[in-house]
Ligand binder design. Structure first.
Ligand code: GLN
Length: 537
């Protein structure tokens, strides 16, 4: 049997230290050394998945091919590793409890008291090992969400403790990510918070094998020695993770610090083959040395929290590198756009992207941005709700259907050019019931989208309930907007374009989820190319 090895990543001191990036960077290095690796994230909240969360809570909801609504860290995993993740890569406390309670109702624990230990921890252990049982992976990295010491994290830390014991030290290790803060007044880096968080972890019976220390300043040998001594690790197992210019530098920084080598040593795996990162470094080289610059307006209603649009902003970085262009994003709150200021707010942009979203807040602002892009011949990219707004704007201002709207915003509008999908009409529950995951689409030859993808058959990920209303298709096409991407099975319109415009594309799906460092998304690449052309007049 395939002996899958486990690396657990816990976090201490504060949240937002970048566990996801450290996990993804380590995975990247191991992958480059020839190991098959995947990463999973355990989230200690009670929602079944983040699909029902407002983006202000946890940032963007990421979607996998198999239709799981997941934590945004899975986006980093895919962008770094260039391999798809799935439902099994993200587990929440809600999901754990739901399956334990379902089993209890079925009578699977008949006669027993169902408890956190062993029933919840057994379920956590089972989920942690699911991907390992496929035999597809040499190493599985498991990121434990939250911070050590949180009440919610306790069953996870206990499960890790048991797995470490069951698997043995050559098969399972723990990396603890912590913060070494710099006190400007004292001019010193401080180790005490790390000592305390390691102590907290040890109280739960887990002692870390490796410490990765987030810092703003170089950690001296002396401080490494101190951290090692007080946290019970070897000095070479104290790894510095200094602030980086971009998250894409972190694999190289971790390599220089020897993180991957230390991990392989502990797992008794060969570290002979060196990671080369050729394509990766080529991407970074182009990203850091752009020969031109474009400015793209991102129109959304969650712009105060940029993590709400994480995959979109990363896709711009990938596409910018391909075009050797710096993509500057002008974040524009859709609620702030009025007929009076739209020109002032959007002037000078080389491209306009209207973002996905739900509900009617800021909707008229989005429609105004579409109108401006269409009339001023500025490259326009509409994603999901952004595509729907492009259809509404066109129906209102070109077809003169004044009351054109989506039934999401106005249930009884006279011209529902966007309406609820047939399959959605009877659904009342909110969680996990949208049209989710990968669906096929056929592109029309001769369209801009076809030219970008260079193929007619594509598959892209979805997350929506509403759709283009096909009873308006003929009228809309006659007026000059074309449906250039259609779902071959259902006939649903997935892509609209205005051929008589430099670049006007709206997609019902989310291309941003599939953009990776090694495979920048063709539509983002083409959009930036069009913006570049616009910038040169
Ligand atoms: N609210 C729209 C729908 O449900 C668009 C969703 C989105 O942008 N992801 O169809």
């Amino acid at each position: 049997m395939h002996n899958t090895k486990y690396v657990f990543v816990t976090g201490g001191v504060t949240s937002s230290l970048g566990k996801g990036i450290i996990a993804a960077s380590l995975a990247k290095l191991l992958q480059e050394r020839g190991y098959s690796v995947t990463i999973q994230k355990l989230d200690p909240y009670i929602n079944i998945d983040p699909g029902t969360l407002n983006p202000y809570e946890h940032g963007e909801c990421y979607v996998t091919d198999d239709g799981a609504e997941t934590d945004l860290d899975l986006g980093h995993y895919e962008r770094f590793l260039n391999i798809p993740t799935s439902q099994a890569n993200n587990v929440t406390t809600g999901r754990i409890y739901q399956s334990v309670i379902d089993k209890e109702r079925k009578g699977e624990f008949l006669g027993k008291t169902v408890q956190v230990i062993p029933h919840i921890t057994d379920e956590i252990k089972h989920r942690i090992q699911l991907l390992g049982e496929t035999g597809d992976y040499d190493i599985i990295i498991t990121e434990i969400g939250g911070t050590v010491g949180d009440i919610e994290s306790l069953p996870y830390v206990e499960s890790v403790r048991q797995l470490l014991w069951e698997k043995g030290e050559e098969n399972a290790i723990v990396i603890h990510l912590t913060l070494v803060p710099y006190l400007a007044a004292a001019g010193e880096l401080k180790t005490k918070p790390t000592q305390h968080s390691v102590k907290m972890l040890m109280q739960s019976g887990v002692s870390p094998d490796i410490l990765v220390c987030r810092t703003e300043h170089e950690i001296s040998d002396e401080i490494k020695h101190k951290l090692a001594l007080f946290c019970n690790v070897k000095k070479e197992d104290v790894i510095q993770s200094i602030d980086a210019e971009t998250i894409y530098d972190v694999p190289n920084l971790m390599f220089e610090e020897g993180l991957d080598k230390v991990v392989l040593g502990k797992l008794k795996l060969s570290s002979e083959k060196q990671p080369e990162l050729i394509a990766w470094n080529n991407f970074i080289q182009k990203h850091k040395n752009p020969t031109s610059e474009v400015e793209i307006g991102l129109i959304g209603k969650y712009v105060e929290l940029r993590d709400s649009y994480k995959s979109i902003s990363e896709a711009f970085i990938h596409a910018g590198s391909t075009n050797e262009t710096k993509v500057k994003i002008r974040w524009i709150h859709s609620e702030s756009l009025t007929p009076k200021n739209v020109e002032k707010k959007l002037t000078g942009l080389n491209g306009i992207l209207v973002a996905p979203g739900f509900g009617d807040r800021g909707i008229e602002g989005k429609i105004k941005a579409v109108k401006y892009a269409r009339e001023q011949q500025i490259p326009f990219f509409g994603i999901c709700l952004g595509m729907q707004m492009a259809v509404i704007e066109f129906a209102r201002n070109v077809l003169n259907l004044e009351d054109a709207f989506s039934t999401e915003m106005k249930k009884n509008c006279k011209s529902p050019v966007i309406n609820l999908m047939e399959s959605q009409k009877k659904i009342t529950k909110k969680g996990g019931t949208m049209r989710l995951g990968a669906w096929d689409c056929t592109l029309s030859e001769g369209s801009k989208t076809f030219a970008a993808y260079q193929t007619a058959s594509i598959s892209e990920r979805h997350r929506h309930r509403f759709e283009f209303n096909n009873s308006y298709l003929k009228a809309i096409e006659r007026a000059g907007m074309k449906a250039t991407g259609i779902n071959p099975k259902t006939g649903l319109v997935e892509v609209i374009e205005i051929p008589d415009h430099p670049w006007f594309v709206g997609v019902q799906y989310h291309p941003e989820y599939k953009s990776t460092v090694l495979n920048p998304h063709p539509l983002f690449v083409d959009f930036i190319k069009a913006a570049l052309k616009q910038s040169k007049g």
